[in-house]
Design a protein around this ligand. Structure first.
Ligand SMILES: Cc1ncc(COP(=O)(O)O)c(C=O)c1O
Length: 413
């Protein structure tokens, strides 16, 4: 019997459409720069340099001799610690309203899968956390972005803008507060406006609050959990990654008072068996972290923000609104294509043996063509390194414009 070879199998359309992270895409260029002996200041990624509290790290010594699966929704001790954390914020959440997840990332995935069918749509403000593109792609959800303006500090546009992208397939409003990448902290009035919009149109509100503690100048982040009559439609995504400078712990949670959403997420969690067990052990140490830790971290990041805001604001043609929270901002640069500029910084530029890595902002938008003259900057380096980074960016912008010449955007007058 003769056999003919079938065409080679191809990866799925979903796989082909999956974007590379704009935060990590340029890493090979950064590695090559380092191999040439160039020091690279990383302003591209939200990996804080602050130590994870010792009271958490010490818990590792208490690991059992068998590193077993934990219950799919989390160990009773970890879930109880989450209840205590939320109680301190003024929210009563029981074990059947909380679910341990592998980082906030998995909570986002579970929330999207629980609330949407493939082909449904989610409204969100752009620029947005770039990985929402990936999560939406996995869930088959189309993002319907509404543009926020840097001149308004990236605060919410009027409701009419959201009404304009609403369709019969809209199921979800995805809000990130405080915002990565813009550093915007939405006011209570804005969060209430989003809540009212969701209620009016029967949408779920997935509120990503992983930067809740990172708010400056006396601001307070308004949790969607505080919205009145929100029990049926609010899902909060949370994470220990940034709060305790513990990104590698890979632990977070999903919080919702909607029993159907919780039950669906728990069944998904059962499919992946268990959230990380060692992480849940380490997380128990968080109950010993005092308010002075959060206050100290807040003060440190506010100082860093000020250094960058003042330093970058002095560079001709650079525009940024003063960030209010998280540890990122989106800055407009006097260049036409920040994808090219960010790659050039790593492959063609160095000054006194160093360069900077930034994330081109186009990957933080869903609308093609937007963000081409913007970068996202993370301020997770110490103040001295940030000052050095500002100087490098100033020199780089001047040299880049001299080299690339025509075709570059002129600084706004
Ligand atoms: C806005 C936002 N949400 C969610 C996450 C996911 O965090 P993790 O999976 O580390 O908890 C991040 C990480 O950077 C983030 O910036």
């Amino acid at each position: 019997m003769s056999t003919t070879a079938a065409a080679a199998p191809r990866v799925s359309e979903r796989a082909r459409k999956m974007p590379a992270s704009p935060i990590r895409r340029l890493m090979p260029l950064a590695d090559a720069a380092k191999a040439r002996g160039v020091h690279v200041y990383h302003l591209n990624i939200g990996q804080p340099d602050i130590e994870t509290p010792a009271c958490m790290r010490e818990k590792l010594a208490k690991a059992e001799r068998v590193l077993a699966y934990s219950p799919s929704g989390g160990t009773p001790e970890y879930v109880a610690s989450l209840s205590t954390y939320y109680a301190k914020l003024g929210f009563t959440l029981g074990p059947d309203q909380l679910l341990a997840t592998t980082g906030g990332s998995e909570a986002l995935l579970f929330a999207l899968f629980a609330c949407t069918e493939a082909g449904d749509e989610a409204i969100l403000v752009e620029p947005f956390y770039t990985n929402y593109n990936s999560f939406a792609g996995l869930a088959g959800v189309t993002l319907r972005p509404v543009k926020a303006r840097g001149e308004d500090g990236f605060h919410l546009p009027p409701d009419a803008a959201f009404e304009a992208v609403l369709t019969p397939r809209t199921r979800v409003f995805l809000l990130c507060n405080p915002s990565n990448p813009t550093g915007t902290v939405y006011t209570r009035e804005e969060v209430e406006r989003v809540g009212a919009f969701c209620r009016r149109h029967g949408l779920f509100l997935i509120s990503d609050e992983v930067y809740r503690e990172f708010v400056y100048d006396g601001r307070v982040a308004t949790s969607a959990l505080s919205l009145p009559d929100s029990d049926d439609f609010v899902i909060v995504v949370d994470s220990l990654s940034k709060r305790y400078s513990a990104c590698g712990i890979r632990l977070g949670c999903l919080a919702t008072r909607n029993p159907d959403v919780h039950s669906a997420a728990l069944r998904m969690a059962q499919g992946r068996l268990s959230p990380p067990g060692l992480a849940q052990l380490v997380a128990l140490g968080a109950s010993e972290v005092g308010p002075e830790y959060v206050a100290g971290v807040q003060a440190e990041y506010q100082k860093r923000r000020d250094v960058l805001f003042e330093g970058l604001g002095r560079i001709p043609g650079v525009f940024l609104a003063k960030p209010e929270g998280a540890f990122y901002f989106v800055a407009r640069l006097p260049v036409a294509d920040t994808d090219d500029f960010a790659a050039w910084l790593l492959s063609d530029f160095s000054h006194e043996g160093a360069t900077v890595m930034v994330a081109p902002a186009s990957g933080f938008y869903a609308t093609p063509g937007l963000g081409k003259d913007e970068v996202r900057i993370a301020y997770v380096l110490n103040v001295d390194d940030l000052r050095a980074s500002v100087k490098l960016l100033e020199v780089a912008l001047q040299r880049y414009r001299e080299q690339r010449g025509r075709g570059q955007a002129q600084p706004p007058v």
